[in-house]
Design a protein around this ligand. Sequence first.
Ligand SMILES: Cc1cc2nc3c(=O)[nH]c(=O)nc-3n(C[C@H](O)[C@H](O)[C@H](O)COP(=O)(O)OP(=O)(O)OC[C@H]3O[C@@H](n4cnc5c(N)ncnc54)[C@H](O)[C@@H]3O)c2cc1C
Length: 409
Amino acid sequence: MADGAATLTDDALREEVRAWLAANWKPLPPEQPGAGGAGWTTSPERKAWLAKVVDARWAVPRWPAEWYGRGLSDAQARIVEREFAKVGAPGTGQDRSNLWANTALAYASPTFKPKIVPQLLKNEVGMCLLYSEPGAGSDLAGIRTRADHVGDHYVVNGSKVWTSGAATADYGMLIARTDWDVPKHKGISFFFLPMKQKGVEVRPLRQITNESHFNEVFFTDAICPEENLLGPLNAGWGVLQTALAYERSVMGEGARGPRSGVAEATNEEPLIALAREAGVLGDPVIRQEIAKVIAYRRLNALNTARAKADLAQGTSSSIMSLGKLAMSRILHEEARVRTMILGAGSLLEGKDYPRAEDANFLTLNAYFTSIGGGTDQIQRNIIGERVLGLPREPEVDRDVPFRQVRGNG
Ligand SMILES: Cc1cc2nc3c(=O)[nH]c(=O)nc-3n(C[C@H](O)[C@H](O)[C@H](O)COP(=O)(O)OP(=O)(O)OC[C@H]3O[C@@H](n4cnc5c(N)ncnc54)[C@H](O)[C@@H]3O)c2cc1C
């Protein structure tokens, strides 16, 4: 089925997906909040379902047949996604949303790829992103964690910070410096680092939302097998751009909702339901604010879909930055409007006031999207330089060998 799109009609495909779902899909028990972290599931029922979807080649229908796919066109893959969505079944569309698997498919070595790709699609391994360091966040190319080639492996030393999901991860997608005598972007390599080893220490950090999803990670002679290098040695910056574009596309699509667990009253837009419940739906100013947020959200969904259509395998799309930036604004606006709807009641806190608790949580959690995956200011720089073609920001250390940059000698 290497060229499924050419041989299959849309109707035949739709029928095939429907029949398969009718024979196999049973609703799953709800996921434990926070289980696994970083999009990883710990539920055995969910894992069993994902394995079934992968084995039936519905997980990544755009991918080629030799990599669990069906070689379908984007339009046909969307038919599959729609049929899954209609019954509420997860697991398909990973060829757009699974940043780990897409990065591995594009860049993993011939020996590592067959091992890791199915594990990622079936959620058999937990993952984290080992990018930011205490001195290198926005200026990610300034990382100082090093990986030295010794025999048939790399030895990793240094530290990372703000690493979501590190405590449960089996692998981290790591950027580390492998050549100190070339300019900063040119001496970085990209690895799948095994996390469960003596040389990796994870220390949790407490967040403003009183949660603890992210961590500091310290490497002391941690070992990374040679085959876990993604892309060529010292070409990790290019691999990173692909991985970041997938991450931004996911962040541009949405974020966590309220955490109180108290259901919204109806199936209507959450802000409308909240305003109705609070008795202020007739207030013209509140109506206007709600309409504005809903319009932003709808517009951003369309823009993100357009950007995703541009994101071919192994390439990056700067337009993803637009969607992520817009989502950051939407989340801050939504939290503000929630607070406005509740009025003085939003100052309350605790289990007895779930609506206020949600508004406060969403206000603080909106910073997740405006900082994580690259800050709003950095997205604006990317849009300015790569989408609008404005002059590059001055960067005095760009062409200097990294060892000669002040502080690295
Ligand atoms: C919830 C959350 C989860 C995260 N998860 C991970 C993770 O899993 N893995 C990981 O590696 N990292 C993660 N991060 C880290 C995140 O990617 C960094 O915090 C982010 O890139 C900013 O880096 P920094 O914190 O060092 O801030 P800095 O780079 O020190 O920036 C400080 C301020 O200066 C501004 N600034 C910096 N440079 C410029 C410039 N050139 N132009 C304009 N303004 C500029 C920034 O916008 C920001 O406002 C996470 C962060 C958050 C908030």
